[in-house]
Design a protein around this ligand. Sequence first.
Ligand SMILES: [Mg+2]
Length: 445
Amino acid sequence: MTMSSNSAGKKTYSAESANPDTEAGASGSRAAVCVSGSEKVPDGDDRNTAAVAGDAAETTELRKIIHVDMDAFYASVEQRDNPALQGLPVIVGGRPNGRGVVAACSYEARVFGVHSAMPSAEAGRRCPDAIFVKPRFQAYKQVSQQIHAVFREFTDVIEPLSLDEAYLDVTGNTLFGGSAYRLAREIKLLIRERTQLVASAGVSYNKFLAKIASDYRKPDGLFCILPEQGESFVAGLEVGRIHGVGKVTEARMHDLGIQTGADLRQWSEEELAREFGKSSAYYYRVARGIDHRPVRVSRTRKSIGSERTFADNLHDRTAMLAILDKLSEELHGQMRERELASKTITVKVRFADFSTFTRAHSLAQGVLDAASSRRALPFLLDRALNLRQDASPASGRDGTSAGSVGSGHRRGRRSGVRLLGVAFSGLVAAGEERPVQLEMDWPES
Ligand SMILES: [Mg+2]
């Protein structure tokens, strides 16, 4: 979509709407609309009822997307299930004396600068009073199913991003006068009622903006970005808040004098391509509030995985295999419980220097059972280990020969392996045609 068709789009959106989804639609011209869950929602006039007929063909192009994201998810579940933890800094993840990382933390812990993916040891230093809790994925998955049941009451077009996060395409929704904003509010209410947990929601005309919107007033946020507000909203946005701009890219943009979306917009597509390569087209579009990615019901990346970080680096191949066996066994147990099946197994190896390699094996037909996974493990491990070797042709053979940690592993032997993981991807429901919409992060143990 070009800019002009984008602005054509915004016309149809407001013309179409019995509901521009927000208060601003009614009051007209304010630049941005924000309504957090804790703020008062002016119930009477939060929708523009000036419906205009006859725009149906055009309006089909404009989508209504809700991004729902639970607040401090794992930590909130822990605080809900153990009232003694309420109001306290709770960190879910690895222990502070180990080498694991923070999977999630409560808002009380965030005050101390703790955030997810931070090494637990660092989190313990920043927040000495934090209470570290081991993740209970079973409990989180249960909540995940509850919130998905809520989503399904309103739309079939659901794209889960993780256990606690999903995009919903509600373009076709007719409840609440078709207002996606009010529908999002209803979803938040139902989630709170059924799980005693708090979700934030963002509403907009594409995924990019809906995701930013859900984060904008967290926790307990509800925020809407209208089509006519998209461009100006992005203009004021710090580039670091743009989904897909990581720390490295952010630093590079700052070096180039790009602090905000408005700065980013000054750059032509060619100029961006020179600096950022493949991602430049995405940056070019989102700087203009444009994102055409559909909400994908069936994601290609549906996986279940588990990994272990070791206090002391591992050097022994037999020991590594034993751990991979155990992880694979456990995951097969979890898949059986949930009646899931996979045809792709992946082994992940991280060396002491944090270089990380994965090797995968897929069946052409059918799904993996525990025995076929077990047979694949030595092969995958050896290939992952060999990847680490710095050009030693000596171990060119298939790495499957038993017990042989070939010369190619010398470097690996010296530095050791600090983490091993197994994952199964492309999960499908055993016996069902439709792939199951479930994704797990690699839990740190
Ligand atoms: Mg979340």
